[in-house]
Design a protein around this ligand. Structure first.
Ligand SMILES: NC(=O)c1ccc[n+]([C@@H]2O[C@H](COP(=O)([O-])OP(=O)(O)OC[C@H]3O[C@@H](n4cnc5c(N)ncnc54)[C@H](O)[C@@H]3O)[C@@H](O)[C@H]2O)c1
Length: 322
């Protein structure tokens, strides 16, 4: 079922059709998710898709204007109180504690923690950046992820049920085409924390995996605009970045559907990481332009070096589904 469209929103969104992706509107029925950085682009796609799959979602973001609108849109799309916005700077311990209190007060439990927040403007090279830029990258990607884990994982462990995921990157060292050393340093720190968490909670009923949402977004004035006034460097120009099978960036709605699929399969994914393209192939996503989809042998699988750096793969991982 295609969702209702909300015509009068400033959010740059399209309807999500989970059924066309081989999913149903009840796949996450009864599940409660917290999505950090859930007010725009990828996080918004995750939040909307989780709600479309029957779940409830706490949209948390530093950007209150977009967050409140995300709550309004998701509730209208689904015809129920599926979403709830809490403003939260993920680097602030007080904010994260308040986020957890608000989530538990509202829904009584949290089953899914989607660590997604990031300031994409922290993207300079080492030599051009200040150490404060690096601190800021670690603050969101390392400290913020740990603060969220500390609030949400203990109750999951007590119930023997839960999923933690992180929107990581396949680049954990200087990528030649982007030069985003400060960004990748933060992402590597958080990925290390999340994959170490997979080791710490193995066998507990709490599943932990990473997803690489490579090349996701929509190029427009809104997305390129700063999301907060923190004086960072400009957002990278992603206009030439594309995923095989798509003429340009992958829509956030598609990566949202892929996240629903991965969450449904979380028990098979514990301790592993998925590039979005692999997830889409596993779920046999109907690519809009199949002629440009590479044969399976050409699909990017993480090589040993990347795996070591990114994912200390210890579970059955990607081969377990699809
Ligand atoms: N876009 C891609 O193709 C891509 C590729 C690989 C990984 N990722 C990762 O996916 C995630 C989402 O990326 P995106 O492209 O949607 O980014 P985006 O900049 O469009 O959205 C990030 C969101 O995080 C929020 N945010 C920023 N600082 C925050 C803070 N201190 N506390 C709480 N929220 C904060 C922003 O307001 C925004 O809503 C990021 O972690 C990014 O590193 C993205």
């Amino acid at each position: 079922m295609t969702q209702k469209t909300v015509p009068d929103t400033f959010l740059n969104i399209e309807p999500i059709d989970l059924v066309a992706c081989g999913l149903t509107n009840a796949d996450l029925q009864g599940e409660v998710a917290v999505v950090t950085g859930g007010a725009s682009n990828i996080g918004l796609g995750y939040a909307r898709a989780i709600a479309a799959a029957g779940g409830s979602v706490v949209v948390s973001d530093i950007n209150a204007k977009a967050g409140k609108e995300a709550e309004r849109v998701i509730n209208l799309e689904n015809g129920r109180d599926a979403a709830f916005f809490v403003q939260c700077d993920i680097t602030s311990e007080d904010d994260v504690k308040a986020l957890a209190k608000a989530a538990f007060d509202r829904f009584g439990k949290v089953d899914i923690l989607v660590n997604n927040a990031m300031n994409m403007r922290l993207n300079g090279t080492i030599l051009e950046s200040t150490v404060e830029d690096l601190d800021a990258s670690y603050a969101i990607s390392g400290r913020g992820v740990m603060l969220a884990i500390k609030e949400f994982v203990p109750p999951m462990l007590a119930r023997g049920h839960g999923t933690v995921t992180y929107s990581t990157t396949q680049f954990h060292y200087l990528p030649p085409m982007l030069g985003r050393s400060i960004y990748t340093a933060g992402k590597a720190a958080a990925t290390s924390l999340v994959m170490s968490l997979a080791n710490e909670v193995k066998g507990s009923g709490v599943n932990v995996f990473c997803m690489v949402p490579a090349g996701v977004g929509r190029i427009d004035a809104d997305h390129q605009a700063p999301v907060s006034d923190d004086g960072g460097t400009p957002l990278p120009d992603l206009s030439n970045f594309s995923m095989p099978g798509f003429n340009g960036l992958v829509p956030p709605e598609v990566s949202g559907a892929a996240m629903v699929y991965l969450l449904m399969n979380a028990s098979h994914l514990h301790g592993s990481g998925f590039i979005l393209q692999e997830a889409l192939q596993a779920m046999k996503f109907p690519f809009p332009n199949p002629s440009t989809l590479p044969p399976p042998s050409n699909v990017h699988k993480m090589n040993d070096m990347e795996l070591t750096l990114a994912f200390c793969n210890m579970g059955p991982g990607p081969s377990a589904i699809g």
